[in-house]
Design a protein around this ligand. Structure first.
Ligand SMILES: CC(C)(COP(=O)(O)OP(=O)(O)OC[C@H]1O[C@@H](n2cnc3c(N)ncnc32)[C@H](O)[C@@H]1OP(=O)(O)O)[C@@H](O)C(=O)NCCC(=O)NCCS
Length: 311
């Protein structure tokens, strides 16, 4: 028996706080509408994807009691890379001083769960990797049209990261995982090079509830679990009404959800590690607890995993 263990976690948020009142002042919207329809009260704007990723990655490595040079696999989940070439993970790798391999992964807002599953599989394959740094970082403010009330109020910038270490005597990290995509749904959420995000909000909402509930229900069934066995539910932070629908349909007690959406908005790849870190820092996790991760995003992608916390 061998497996990987989450040994560190960390986050980064830009300093600039943007409240709903700031949108109310210049768009045809209200704080009341935004809070009621999305659950978002404020978000952060600023930084670059690489700078946020470096800050979150450094914090996670320190928390794990490691040096960056101990990391031999770096996966950066992002949909807003600094440059077209090279991958932003190259910048992050150099600035942190990591060893070994690094690459970017883009599965939109489901990317962080895709990256966790990939890192765990690569450590488990015993192909030369011992310690992975899995970062989710995005600067969606760069690709959001700040004049479009339908999208401007939803997104924010940030980063979150975890360290995974392989141990010969650990139980498997993942009890079950599910990664998927329906490419026919591309037209409901996309961004052209040099353009802004285009979204059919209502359609994304409807499809997101369906695909995430199906995917999360599948991993629970594969792991032979029911929702009440989940100690912490870490959903993609896009809309509190989507999260509430998932909790209800999966039979997970609402107080088990990790939520940062009210303070961060939708930070894409960063949302799941931001919520996980917030819960871990608040002492909400104990060794052996089962965590359900579930994300969805443009593509339309989805990803769920049941993960064991600690050893
Ligand atoms: C975008 C979203 C919050 C809109 O909420 P909704 O309840 O579905 O609202 P609708 O789309 O039905 O729009 C209702 C009205 O509110 C308006 N509206 C949209 N944004 C608004 C805003 N910021 N303030 C006030 N009104 C707004 C719409 O224009 C529409 O007006 P109309 O009826 O005159 O056309 C919601 O659909 C959503 O969260 N979708 C998923 C988005 C998502 O998760 N994206 C990221 C995927 S990773």
């Amino acid at each position: 028996m061998s497996g990987s263990v989450i040994t560190g976690w960390g986050t980064a948020l830009p300093e600039k706080v943007v409240t709903n009142a700031e949108f109310e002042a210049r768009l045809d919207t209200t704080d009341e509408w935004i809070v009621e329809r999305t659950g978002i009260r404020e978000r952060r704007f600023g930084g670059m994807t690489s700078s946020l990723a470096v800050e979150a990655g450094a914090a996670a490595v320190t928390k794990a009691g490691l040096e960056p040079s101990d990391i031999d696999l770096l996966i950066l989940s992002t949909t807003t890379p600094d440059k077209a070439v090279p991958a932003t993970s190259s910048t992050v790798h150099a600035q942190l001083g990591c060893s070994g391999a690094a690459f970017d992964l883009n599965a939109a807002c489901a990317g962080y769960v895709y990256a966790l599953v990939t890192a765990d599989a690569m450590l488990g394959a015993r192909i030369g990797f011992e310690r992975a740094l899995v970062i989710g970082a995005d600067t969606l403010s760069v690709i959001t049209d700040m004049e479009d009330r339908g999208t401007a109020v939803l997104f924010g910038d940030g980063a979150g990261a975890v360290v995974l270490e392989h141990h010969e005597d650990a139980e498997p990290l993942m009890l079950a995982s599910d990664l998927g995509l329906d490419g026919s749904l591309l037209p409901i959420l996309y961004c052209e090079h040099g353009g802004y995000l285009k979204m059919e909000g209502k359609e994304v909402f409807r499809k997101a509830v369906r695909v995430t509930v199906d995917s999360a229900a599948k991993v629970l069934a594969d792991a032979e679990l029911t929702g009440d066995r989940i100690a912490l539910f870490v959903p993609h932070q896009a809309n509190v009404r989507i999260i509430d629908a998932m909790l209800q349909r999966l039979g997970i007690p609402p107080e088990r959800a990790a939520l940062v959406l009210d303070r961060t908005g939708n930070t894409s790849s960063a949302s799941i590690p931001l919520a996980l870190s917030d819960a871990a820092d608040a002492g909400r996790l104990s060794d052996g607890d089962l965590i359900l991760f579930s994300g969805f995003g443009a593509g339309m992608t989805w990803a769920s995993a049941v993960v064991r916390w600690g050893r």
